[in-house]
Ligand binder design. Structure first.
Ligand code: OAD
Length: 264
C-alpha cells in the first residue's frame, strides 16, 4: 500500500515536471509510435499481442514479400484497414492535436500509418472553431495505410480500393496497387524525413510517446534533439533505449498520461 502511494506520488511529480517543461518550451517536437494507438484498439508491433509476435515482417512488410505473395500481403493490409476503420482516436491523440492547434512551434511526427492523429486534428479543430486543422497533421514517416500507391508508376490514390477483395490494379498503367506505407528495406520519403530531422534539431523539447525506438531513422530523431541541447520527455509502458536519456520518463498509458502532461 505504502509503496503504491509512493509510486503514485512520484508519477504525479513527474507529470508536473513534464508539464512545466512543455509550458516553457519554445519549440516542441513530438514523436509517436504504435503505443499511442494501443488504447484505440490497434495492436502494436513488438509488445504483448504485437503484430510481429505472430508474423515475421519479412512475410508481410517488404517489397520482396509483395513480389512473391502479393495477395497475401494485400489481404493482410486489408485486414488492418478494416480493423483501423473501426477504431477512433483516443484522449492521447486528442491532447496532442489540441497542443499543436493551440500553440505555435509544435510539430507532430508519427511512425503510425493509422491516420488517427489526422482524425483527431479534424475533430479538435472543429471543436475549437479552427477552420484549418493542418497544424495538427503529423509528418507521417512510414506513410498512410488508407492510401494506395501503384507499385509501377507510383500514382497515389486515396482510399479507392479499400473494400475490394483481390489485388486491385492502377487505373493509369494497370500495375498492382499496394498500400502507401514504407516497408522494411525501403527508404523514407526524403522530404518528410528531412523536415522531421530539421525540427528535431531545432526543438528544445522532444516528447516521445508509445514507441520502442528501435526502428531507424525515426528512432534517431530524439537523439538529434538531445545532441542539439534539447531535452527529452518519454511516455511509455516500459523502458526503452531512450529512457536513460530522458529528463522525465513517465511510465504508463499514453491515453491517460498525455492529457495530464499537456495542459497548455
Ligand atoms: P512497437 O510495437 O515497436 O513499440 C510500441 C511501444 O509502445 C512499446 O515500447 C510499448 O511499451 C509502448 N506502449 C504500448 N502500449 C502503450 C500505451 N498504451 N501507452 C504508452 N506506451 C505504450 O511500435 P513502434 O515503435 O511504433 O514500421 O514501431 C516502429 C515501427 O516498427 C512501426 O512504424 C512499424 C514497425 O515495424 C513499419 O511498418 C515500417
Amino acid at each position: 500500500m505504502e509503496r503504491l502511494a509512493r509510486l503514485s506520488a512520484r508519477l504525479e511529480g513527474d507529470v508536473e515536471r513534464a508539464n512545466a517543461i512543455l509550458k516553457q518550451a519554445k519549440e516542441i517536437v513530438v514523436l509517436t509510435g504504435a503505443g499511442v494507438s494501443a488504447e484505440s484498439g490497434i495492436p502494436t508491433f513488438r509488445g504483448s499481442g504485437g503484430l510481429w509476435r505472430t508474423r515475421r515482417p519479412e512475410e508481410l512488410a517488404t517489397p520482396e514479400a509483395f513480389r512473391e505473395t502479393p495477395d497475401l500481403v494485400w489481404e493482410w493490409y486489408q485486414w488492418r484497414r478494416r480493423l483501423i476503420a473501426e477504431c477512433s482516436p483516443n484522449a492521447g491523440h486528442q491532447a496532442l492535436a489540441r497542443l499543436a492547434l493551440k500553440r505555435d512551434g509544435v510539430t507532430l511526427i508519427t511512425q503510425n500509418v493509422d491516420g488517427l492523429h489526422n482524425r483527431a486534428a479534424r475533430t479538435e479543430a472543429r471543436a475549437m472553431n479552427i477552420a484549418d486543422p493542418q497544424a495538427a497533421f503529423p509528418l507521417e514517416l512510414h506513410g498512410a495505410i488508407n492510401r494506395d500507391r501503384c507499385s509501377l508508376c507510383d500514382r497515389r490514390t486515396d482510399g479507392v480500393s479499400h473494400h475490394e477483395s483481390g489485388l486491385p490494379r492502377c487505373n493509369d498503367c494497370g500495375g498492382p496497387l499496394r498500400p502507401d506505407v514504407v516497408w522494411f528495406g525501403e527508404t523514407l520519403d526524403p522530404v518528410i524525413i528531412g523536415a522531421a530531422q530539421e525540427v528535431a534539431l531545432s526543438a528544445d523539447v522532444c516528447l516521445v510517446a508509445g514507441t520502442s525506438a528501435l526502428v531507424h531513422p525515426a528512432a534517431s530523431l530524439p537523439s538529434m534533439t538531445l545532441r542539439a541541447g534539447g531535452v527529452l520527455i518519454e511516455v511509455n509502458l516500459e523502458d526503452t533505449t531512450l529512457t536513460n536519456h530522458a529528463e522525465v520518463s513517465l511510465k504508463g498509458r499514453s491515453a491517460s498520461l498525455l492529457p495530464r502532461v499537456i495542459t497548455a
